[in-house]
Design a protein around this ligand. Sequence first.
Ligand SMILES: Nc1nc2c(ncn2[C@@H]2O[C@H](COP(=O)(O)OP(=O)(O)OP(=O)(O)O)[C@@H](O)[C@H]2O)c(=O)[nH]1
Ligand SMILES: [Mg+2]
Ligand SMILES: [Zn+2]
Length: 300
Amino acid sequence: MMAEPAALRGRVVAAHGRHYDVEIEGGGQRQCYTRGKKAGPAVGDQVRVRPESRQEGVILDILPRRNLFYRSDAQRSKQFAANIDLLLLVLAPEPEFSDDLTGRALVAAAGAEVPALIILNKADLPGAAAARARLATIEVLGTPVLMLSALDNDQIQTRLAPRLKDRLTLLLGQSGMGKSTLLNALVPDALAATQAHSEALGTGRHTTTRTQLYPLPGGGGLIDSPGFQAFGLQHLTAHDIEQGFPEFAAPITECRFYNCTHRHEPGCGVLAAIQRGDISTERHALYMRILEENEAARRY
Ligand SMILES: Nc1nc2c(ncn2[C@@H]2O[C@H](COP(=O)(O)OP(=O)(O)OP(=O)(O)O)[C@@H](O)[C@H]2O)c(=O)[nH]1
Ligand SMILES: [Mg+2]
Ligand SMILES: [Zn+2]
């Protein structure tokens, strides 16, 4: 009987369906797949691989992760990345970014305990100032906003690159916001495909279709991901969701009932803060949508 080949260790650098590229410790890359039905690894995961032929392998298991950033809609969930240090949420005035999706991505970041930085891209476009103003509420709550243009290499090198050094960063955003354009500015040999949004819509597809990790020239890594149009948070508990709204933290201490859901209860500190104008009605409406969506899904 032949001895089992020793398992190798590596890091997942690309994910496309059930296929993964794994960068093997000590050198080389292998195309890998998983067995069984359980949720597979995510880009950024450390894994153990059993070699299979010269260039392939089977992923045996995933080593413990620091975090996993994902979304989960009623039907399916989508893992974006694991073991990340920073979420770079990319927004733009055109196509117009969604407040709803932005709020949801930030709740997911809070749930995964990943710090977030918003890039308001396409600063060169006329709608940029209005888009910047729409971000004021979120910025006050603690997420920094950097307004720049991915087409301006000086800005990218002086204002963005230093923040990414030696960290693993996930680029996330709706289709057409400029994630891959930012990637190309930061990692010139990435040569990622980019496309005007109208063209992308014409083909009914997003330009980027796989999640992939690229090493940054100055140290660290950047993960490009496909744009999303929905951002379910089914994996979060009501408590997690509440924690995703930092403006609720102080008012909650005033709630009369310990199990207050901040929807209709008498003596609710959050509702009182809305009355005073300290919490925006749009943000509270987002909170209610997420909560009700999750409850509806659990009824089936
Ligand atoms: N004017 C302007 N256009 C930009 C800027 N950044 C990106 N674009 C353009 O926006 C379009 C979409 O850019 P992509 O980088 O493909 O967008 P993406 O976020 O990767 O999109 P998906 O891969 O579909 O999720 C392209 O035509 C880019 O040239 C910018 O700073 N200013
Ligand atoms: Mg892209
Ligand atoms: Zn309350």
